[in-house]
Design a binder for this molecule. Structure first.
Ligand SMILES: Nc1ncnc2c1ncn2[C@@H]1O[C@H](COP(=O)(O)OP(=O)(O)OP(=O)(O)O)[C@@H](O)[C@H]1O
Length: 885
């Protein structure tokens, strides 16, 4: 027995030495070690697209961009495509040993989708990967270490920014889009804890393996184009280790994370849509956050952005100086994946340089390798020696058993079976949890805190009801007064069956009871922006075309669209089809009252070009026929006729009219109208430069009445148009009349179309004060719905009922001292639609000259007739005789 005790003490010494040597070795190698694995050619790969990646030796890899252009990357180890799983694990094993020595460790597989991450981490039944091998090694080495260890197993995935327990998936409620996200805590020692994550104790490798198989099945995957399943999440396996013989370990409790990261992929290349797109985005965001953390560690920044993603939050205490990290970067041999390969290799290179640094000189490198070799030899010697001692111990134990007939007390093993969790069938996850809870509750208090059940879980399982009040009181005292806890919820933004977007929002909820249970931790469960701002809000199409009074939808013609561009943002919802409108209102004589008070403009159909052309020619022809009938007579008025006109036209309430008239005479001589008219507001011109009369109605379109009136107006109505006509000169120097609206308050009755008899209109020009006043003289005939192009303008600027009012037309000219305005007076405001051509100043002059010439010709003719004797002047013969003398 003494001999046995000495040997055991010897083993403990060797363990300490081994730990020290290993630690030194890993320090020299770097806290973050990076391996690269090149995936072999698989069935379905096009051979001619292979070979951009070539492994040169065990630590270098060349990437061939072109024939003579390549880049060489260096890693701690490069596994060529034919490398076996054994070879990979051989290199991974030191990290596992470090974990047993109490270091937090993290092994993660990184790389493009389909490059073999899952194969490396998980493997197959025939070729088990790193995780099953690591579990096996942990149990084996723990047993070899001669120290009592407690292991517990957890598995989670980070999917779309959520932490999901893979062993105990929470049922999703009908109202939930996703299960509640597990929250993360940091304890007073800086260790990360994940609240409510199932932590199941395992006593041997088989139990751990069964749990691992169970968790793997729950992982979120999606079918790829090649019908293979692709991991759409980060799958994280955690093994917690506690050793009661804590003196020789770095920590009493430590952990090792083994992470199969989601495949990085270029969303553009994969043309992922919908959910796949969102998944890819979330994966890329968290990988990017991981890169940022590694970069910050490399730069030794004071701030390491762990909180930028759930992934880095979870791995916070397993990345960095006091932990051992191993990255296995995976690359594809295919040329078509060159871009992704470069990204992956650059990422890995950046990670590798955390400890070693790119600046390391060759001498230092050689020196370091020599030291590492020596440490490896020393380690080998220690392990061999330990094995020898173990063999000796075993022999002595057998001898002792033979002598005493009882099993040796020195070969005590930690009896953890009573603590371990009896696994049920993998399918019964929920039962597993319940059992787990009970087992946890029964654990002795000397267990580390992470293994002890929380107050809440004990309450739920009814174990600790009697002590809860006591603990609550204690917790309230010790906990920081922070009664709110950020909780992430996901809301479906689209009610369609296949949601392809989601919004994650944070809300504060008071979780007082749960908070009291966690006495020394601070919640860090708020969703990180980088992973959570995955929002695509789909708005239903709400903008509906406005309905015309007849119920038909308003629309724009193509020709109208570009012209209305300026004003459409205001007017478009108010556009109606004027043909429809007229049709519906045509027979509603005197009864149509606009429900839209203060409406300024009614939209009319836009005449097509040929229609405009024909109208124009029609009007010009008309004008040519009638122009000589206009008489310029100063001070000649006939108010009676205008009164009569107004009476006949009055169908509704009192209001005044403004007549909008097309200017038909080309401005060949009138310098005034040719002058600048930039002050005019509207563009009542068509491409021909002529005024464009609307067809078949007495109202103007929004083309004619643009922004100004609509800013004030609310809708469109023909009846409520009002304004002052302005004359505008366009590029082709043709006068155009434009109408400036004046707000109307009166109700509308049916638009009344008046057809003026062109011959009967006399205009009187009053040049005094720069104003020409044209007065309608006579012969105005009135007809409803006259098809002649007529224009309607209805200002109510005078507004006095029963009084004679002036209907005026303003023709603005900018020439100083010249005609400034032309007013057409109407004695009473009524609903009158008048269409009449008006002479411009040039026209008037021509007319005057014509009249003069006519007089001259008449005189000459009379003279000739006299001379020929056909006409007698009635004078005496003596008169002519006297003249001759
Ligand atoms: N080293 C290897 N030896 C043999 N087969 C391999 C190797 N690496 C990958 N494969 C095979 O390639 C395919 C894709 O591998 P795997 O699923 O592991 O990729 P992945 O990177 O995990 O993809 P994802 O990110 O989409 O999950 C699998 O059929 C796997 O068996």
């Amino acid at each position: 027995e003494d001999e046995l005790a000495a040997l055991n003490a010897n083993i403990c010494q060797l363990n300490i030495q081994r730990r020290q040597v290993l630690n030194d070795f890993l320090d020299l190698k770097g806290n973050i070690r990076v391996f690269c694995r090149v995936r072999p050619i698989t069935v379905g790969d096009n051979c001619y697209l292979l070979r951009p990646v070539v492994s040169l030796d065990s630590s270098r890899l060349a990437l061939n961009f072109a024939k003579n252009k390549s880049k060489i990357y260096s890693f701690d180890k490069v596994f060529h495509p034919s490398s076996s799983q054994d070879e990979v694990f051989e290199e991974v094993e030191p990290v596992i040993k470090s974990a047993l020595d109490g270091y937090n460790a993290c092994i993660f597989a990184y790389g493009q989708t389909g490059t073999g991450k899952t194969f490396t981490m998980e493997g197959t039944a025939d070729h088990p990967g790193v995780i099953p091998r690591a579990m096996e090694a942990l149990f084996k080495q723990a047993a070899d270490s001669n120290h009592p260890f407690l292991f517990s197993f957890s598995m989670l995935e980070i999917y779309m920014g959520y932490l999901k327990d893979l062993l105990v998936p929470r049922p999703i409620k009908a109202t939930e889009h996703m299960p509640p996200c597990l929250s993360i805590q940091t304890d007073s020692e800086g260790e990360i804890e994940i609240n409510n994550l199932a932590t199941i104790q395992v006593s041997d490798f088989n139990q751990a393996k069964r749990l691992y198989t169970m968790g793997r099945r729950s992982r979120s995957t999606a079918s790829t184009n090649s019908n293979q399943s692709s991991s759409r999440s980060h799958c994280m396996t955690r093994i917690l280790m506690t050793c009661f013989d804590a003196n020789t370990r770095r920590r009493i409790t430590n952990k090792i994370w083994m992470v199969d990261l989601g495949g990085s992929e270029r969303v553009l290349k994969t043309k992922a849509m919908g959910r796949r797109f969102e998944e890819g985005k979330a994966i890329n965001l968290s990988l990017s956050a991981l890169g940022d953390v590694i970069n910050a560690l490399h730069r030794k920044n004071s701030h390491i952005p762990y909180r930028n993603s759930k992934l880095t939050q979870v791995l916070k205490d397993s990345l960095g100086d006091d932990s051992k990290t191993l990255m296995l970067v995976h690359v594809s041999p295919k040329e078509e994946d060159l871009c992704e390969t470069v990204c992956s290799l650059n990422f890995a290179t950046r990670a590798r340089s955390i400890h070693l640094g790119n600046e390391e000189s060759n001498e230092a490198k050689v020196q370091r390798e020599v030291e590492m070799n020596s440490l490896q030899h020393r380690m080998k010697w220690i392990e061999d020696k330990r094995q020898d001692i173990r063999r000796e111990i075993q022999m002595l134990n057998e001898k002792l058993e033979d002598l005493t007939g009882t099993p040796p007390s020195s070969s005590k093993q930690l009896e953890v079976s009573h603590l371990s969790f009896e696994l049920e069938e993998p399918q019964s996850n929920l039962e597993t949890v319940k059992k787990s809870g009970n087992v946890m509750a029964a654990l002795p208090l000397k267990l580390p805190r992470f293994m002890r059940p929380t107050l809440c879980s004990r309450r739920k399982s009814g174990v600790d009801r009697q002590t809860s009040a006591e603990n609550d009181a204690k917790a309230v005292k010790t906990r920081r007064p922070k009664p709110h806890h950020a909780e992430s919820v996901s809301l479906p933004m689209n009610s369609t069956a296949e949601y392809n977007s989601e919004s994650i929002i944070s809300r504060n909820s008071c979780l007082g009871l749960e908070l009291k249970c966690t006495t020394d931790n601070e919640t860090e469960g708020s969703q990180e922006k980088s992973e959570c701002d995955i929002k695509t809000v789909v708005f239903p199409i709400q903008d509906k075309l406005p309905r015309a009074p007849n119920g038909k939808m308003a629309y724009h013609s193509c020709g109208q669209t570009h012209r209305n561009r300026k004003t459409n943002y205001i007017n478009s919802p108010k556009l109606i089809n004027i043909d429809d409108w007229l049709q519906s209102n045509k027979y509603a004589h005197g009864t149509i009252s606009s429900t839209h008070q203060n409406k300024r403009v009614l939209v009319n159909p836009h005449p097509e070009k040929h229609r405009r052309g024909s109208l124009r020619s029609e009007l010009e022809e008309l004008h040519d026929d009638k122009v000589n009938d206009y008489k310029l007579s100063k001070n000649k008025t006939n108010h009676d006729k205008i009164k009569k006109l107004a009476k006949v036209g009055a169908a509704g309430t009192s209001r005044s009219e403004v007549v909008a008239m097309p200017t038909l005479i080309k401005n060949s001589s009138n310098e005034d109208s040719r002058s600048n008219s930039s002050s005019t507001t509207y563009t009542n011109t068509d491409s021909c430069g002529t005024s464009t009369p609307p067809a078949n109605c007495g109202i103007y379109s929004n083309d004619y009445f643009s922004v100004e009136e609509n800013v004030r107006g609310t809708s469109t109505s023909p009846a409520n148009c009002g304004g002052v006509i302005k004359e505008k000169k366009d590029e082709s120097r043709v006068n155009c009349l434009q109408v400036q609206l004046i707000e109307r308050e009166t109700k509308f009755s049916e638009p009344l179309m008046l057809n003026t008899s062109w011959t009967s209109i006399h205009s009187a020009l009053d040049v005094s004060g720069g104003t020409i006043t044209a007065v309608i003289d006579s012969g105005v005939s009135i007809s409803r719905s006259e098809q002649r192009p007529t224009y309607h303008e209805v200002p109510n600027e005078i507004g006095n009922k029963g009084e004679d009012k002036t209907m005026h037309i303003s023709l603005h000219h900018s020439g100083p001292g010249k005609l400034q305005q032309r007013n057409l007076h109407l004695d009473k405001a009524n609903e009158v639609d008048i269409a009449m051509p008006i002479q411009s100043q040039g026209q008037s002059m021509i007319t005057g000259i014509c009249n003069l010439l006519r007089q001259k010709i008449q005189t000459l003719c009379n003279c000739a007739l006299l001379g020929l004797g056909f006409k007698s002047l009635g004078l005496e013969h003596d008169f002519f005789y006297a003249l001759m003398l």
